[in-house]
Design a protein around this ligand. Structure first.
Ligand SMILES: CCCCCCCC/C=C\C/C=C/C(=O)SCCNC(=O)CCNC(=O)[C@H](O)C(C)(C)COP(=O)(O)OP(=O)(O)OC[C@H]1O[C@@H](n2cnc3c(N)ncnc32)[C@H](O)[C@@H]1OP(=O)(O)O
Length: 289
């Protein structure tokens, strides 16, 4: 789908092409939450998250990620894509709690559609994708990294990764669960998801939620080495294999996208869930104080 069509699908509030483009352009002009550096000779792009303070996946950030991904997919010189945080310490704090708290149903629906779109695009990405996890990686951050073909994590015990939704009093949607099961297996997912576990690097490696743990100062070179290994495989064979492996999981969401949006809106709008999110946000503030 063309960039403008994608933007229009993601920005349903906009009534005309002009409005879509004006909104996207305005978002771009305001800030770049995603920085893309391309090494054309190597055929590798690095997408850096830059959404201070904690790279939360706000609606704007998710939209920028989708637009940049589409641009890279259309650039036939780019065969591999590395995700990382521009500022070590936090890879991504996950979905933006402020897009899920205190807003109206139309906003929740718009946000969820964008998050679905990002996951669908990433999970089916024809490029080799590697997550360079150089900081905390909870919930939606973990989801993004699990959509990648390979995960390299910096060996810093302060960094943790996992789907911790239950600890916030919310439920990971079925396609988050499917992605986790595909990554670490069913039994490990039963334990991990119900307890909302966040794993430090050594445990993350043991459970298989990351593929490699390396000293922090080597995390980027390790990701490049992994990328070189994967790029040695002919694209068409690897891409078809990836598509075959991931199609059932993708189809599962595609079949019920609208129902999933409705379920999210109704779940997140509940008073009890909003109260829980409010308390969680307060807890984050108090921890800081
Ligand atoms: C029946 C089935 C129905 C299905 C329906 C589905 C519903 C479920 C829907 C969604 C799934 C949710 C997925 C998610 O991703 S939820 C987000 C989960 N994220 C977290 O739990 C991480 C929370 N953050 C942290 O733990 C830490 O911030 C940190 C480790 C990432 C970084 O720590 P530190 O550097 O010490 O920073 P601070 O904690 O001080 O935070 C700074 C600042 O940022 C705010 N903030 C942190 N995380 C988020 C966030 N995810 N969204 C928005 N804002 C965030 C934090 O509150 C501070 O704000 P300030 O006090 O105003 O400065």
């Amino acid at each position: 789908m063309a960039l403008a069509s994608r933007a229009r699908a993601l920005l349903p509030g906009a009534r005309s092409w002009g409005a879509v483009l004006a909104r996207v352009t305005a978002q771009r002009a305001m800030s770049h939450r995603v920085v893309v550096e391309t090494d054309a000779a190597a055929g590798v792009a690095v997408m850096k998250f830059r959404n201070p303070p904690v790279n939360s996946l706000s609606l704007e950030m998710v939209t920028e990620l989708v637009i940049n991904l589409e641009k890279l997919e259309n650039d036939k010189t780019v065969r591999g894509l590395i995700f990382t945080s521009e500022s070590p310490g936090v890879f991504s704090s996950g979905l933006n709690l402020l897009d899920m708290y205190g807003r109206n149903p139309a906003h929740y629906a718009e946000y969820w559609k964008a998050v679905q779109e990002l996951w669908l695009r990433l999970y089916q990405c024809p490029m080799v994708t590697v997550a360079t996890i150089n900081g905390a990686c909870p919930a939606g951050g973990c989801l993004i990294s699990m959509t990648c073909d390979y995960r390299v994590m910096a060996d810093n015990p302060k960094y943790t990764i996992g789907l911790n939704e239950t600890q916030l009093g919310i439920v990971a949607p079925f396609w988050f669960k499917d992605t986790l099961v595909n990554t670490i297996g069913y039994r490990a997912s039963e334990i991990s998801l119900q307890l909302g576990l966040l794993y430090p690097p050594a445990e993350a490696l043991r459970v298989g939620i990351v593929d490699k743990v390396v000293p922090e100062d080597q995390v980027h070179s390790a990701a490049l080495a992994v990328m070189a290994q994967w790029l040695a495989i002919p694209d068409h064979a690897r891409q078809l294999t990836k598509a075959m492996l991931r199609k059932p999981t993708v189809d599962n969401l595609v079949r019920q996208r609208d129902a999933d949006i409705q379920q999210f809106v109704s779940f997140i709008s509940r008073d009890s869930i909003q109260k829980g999110l409010q308390m969680y946000l307060q807890m984050l503030k108090q921890k800081k104080a």
